[in-house]
Design a protein around this ligand. Sequence first.
Ligand code: IFM
Length: 473
Amino acid sequence: MRFPDGFLWGAATAAYQIEGAAHEDGRGDSIWDRFSRTPGNTVNGDSGDVACDHYHRFESDVDLMADLGLKGYRFSVAWPRIQPTGRGVANQKGLDFYRRLVDRLLMRSITPMVTLYHWDLPQALQDEGGWCNRDTAERFGEYAAIMFDALGDTVPFWITHNEPWCASMLGHFRGVHAPGFKDLRLGIMSAHHMMLSHGRAVAEYRRRGLPGQIGMAPNLLPAYPLTDSPADRDATRLSDGFTNRWYLDPVLKGSYPADMLADYTRMVGELDFIRPGDLEAMGAPADFLGVNYYRRRTIEADPTMDMGYRVHDRMPGVPTTVTGSEIVPHCLTELLVRLKADYGDIPIYITENGRVCKDEIGPDGEVHDPERVEFLRAHAGAVHDAIAAGCNVKGFFAWSFMDNFEWAFGYTQRFGMVYVDYETQRRMPKDSARFWGRLAQTNLLEAAEGAGSSEAPGALTGTQPALVTDSEE
Ligand code: IFM
């Protein structure tokens, strides 16, 4: 399968997951520093204090990307490195780090895609209410402006928010991410302020007349009804509104979905934090949409659950990863086709997709990850199918460039195409890294070599902790 000329193949990471150097060069605390330090919040009490030590090793990390053949690299900026307390003058050492990183990428002919917010809010802003405080949206606009002034001339792609559903709902409703609240109203309110802050950042970007592009990268969880019953179909509508449309509609249509406004008002009371002019600000035209895709959700109406439905993450007979996440690449094709139908022809970048494997260094001293190769191959194929169906997909960033701190799961889940030995910080490209690099170089998706490399349906092998991210409702 040949991809369109110029298709951007890359890999993604995020600051708190890889940088380490948590207390160096003036970096302030983020909500994830605080959350990780609180006993019981992460597996083994792991934190991003050291992570992959990328802060000190970025040059060799970029060289490795280039040697592998990657064309793009999506990384995030740690807001507390730039503004340690979330406001005021920029910390020059923080800016210098990202300038050096971008320079190195450009020197090695790798296109940078910069995410402004990948969940590490300065703790000082959290102490004033965090994303539940409307003022945080204004602070974000100022922070974005600092970054545009510093790097807007050389960075062609900017993403305001990574996965605002996770930051709002896992952080403020499910309590499994920082700041760890369990209140649906706070989830909706924080989401509103995040998308308002997206609008503020887009306005700052446009004001500068910069040459690049700006967008948002929600994680989208396509929902399918368990049965064709009206109850299951309505519950599926609600799940889709909860995880997908609540974030897509304001940014791409400038309005909240009417059905969700009614549902949320019924559930938590009047949404009086939505003020006149907010939707216009959020709906400032974006240049592209980032899509983070991992899996689908199968939905069954169940009035005993707090959202009125039960999520079936694992349907019988469907292959899963070692963490029990269904492997359903065709749902990515369907999602992309649906996005075009519902939101028009906006250019799309797959900004994350990948999986956990039980990676180990083999007797030959290499890390072989055939399951990840097949996963990425299948999802690249799904994107090719979507392009053939007329979807405007421009690039694909695999998650992740290297193993890293997987939030509440600490270091127990390896998503990387490059293995990281956390004791020595040695990097070892897995087979998937070479596969992805070849794809980037040739733009040609090779067919799988023979059958039998996929996992048994429903296999829940390994000793990973159970999946407890987005399946609680
Ligand atoms: O590691 C995360 C990333 O930070 C956000 N998207 C999902 C990834 C895998 O869980």
